[in-house]
Ligand binder design. Sequence first.
Ligand SMILES: CC(C)(COP(=O)(O)OP(=O)(O)OC[C@H]1O[C@@H](n2cnc3c(N)ncnc32)[C@H](O)[C@@H]1OP(=O)(O)O)[C@@H](O)C(=O)NCCC(=O)NCCS
Length: 215
Amino acid sequence: MDDLWPLAALRVRSGDLELRYMDDADVHALARLAADGVHTPDAMPFTVSWTRGTPTEVARSVLTYQWGARASATPAKWNLELAVVRDGEVLGSQGLGAHDFPVTRTAETGSWLGLRHHGQGIGTRMRLMILHLFFEGFDGLRATTSAFDDNAPSNGVTRRIGYTENGVDVLAREGKPATSRRYVLDRAAWDARPAGLRPEVTLVGVDGAREQLGI
Ligand SMILES: CC(C)(COP(=O)(O)OP(=O)(O)OC[C@H]1O[C@@H](n2cnc3c(N)ncnc32)[C@H](O)[C@@H]1OP(=O)(O)O)[C@@H](O)C(=O)NCCC(=O)NCCS
């Protein structure tokens, strides 16, 4: 697949964490992880409530989403979904998606961890790793993200890294209006981030990924 689908070789490494382009074994592990819980039942961090339902329904929704994202990547529109891995265990997913990236140099991140892996600083580390791929590997200019107002950990990760607030949306969430905050991080803000947010990061397979994505 090296020549046909070079994205498959994409890796981002930092300390004991790796973000890697998911093969089927990773997608299966991610689905089983989600079935064990992504957040407490009182919360809903996502616009689409894919984490509700039986464990099997939740797992199947991860499979269809991940297979769909993988199958539909083109230079005009892509959604890279990378497995977050530590010691061979899949802990969650870190996504980076864009429309017309070669023109806009803008992409949106989104992520989740299995509930048992929350609150250990992994969310911050994986965001810094995907931003490293975006700015250093893909020559990105503007990284965007968003989170519902009541999602303290996600807003916490975003604010700490130095994003600027970029407006709010009111979205339908499980039948009720909910405020979602948008954020943007440009190249200058990325370069100005504090010393404590500059881990060593190694990129693998970036040239092939750039070729496939038309960068
Ligand atoms: C969002 C998510 C990826 C964050 O990962 P995490 O590993 O739990 O986050 P971290 O441990 O790196 O915490 C990051 C910061 O969030 C803040 N934070 C975490 N929990 C918090 C809480 N309950 N209240 C307030 N702030 C909180 C802190 O500022 C923390 O920084 P610190 O190290 O200075 O304390 C993870 O919680 C998750 O998967 N949640 C469910 C899915 C989700 O919400 N996805 C994002 C959708 S927008």
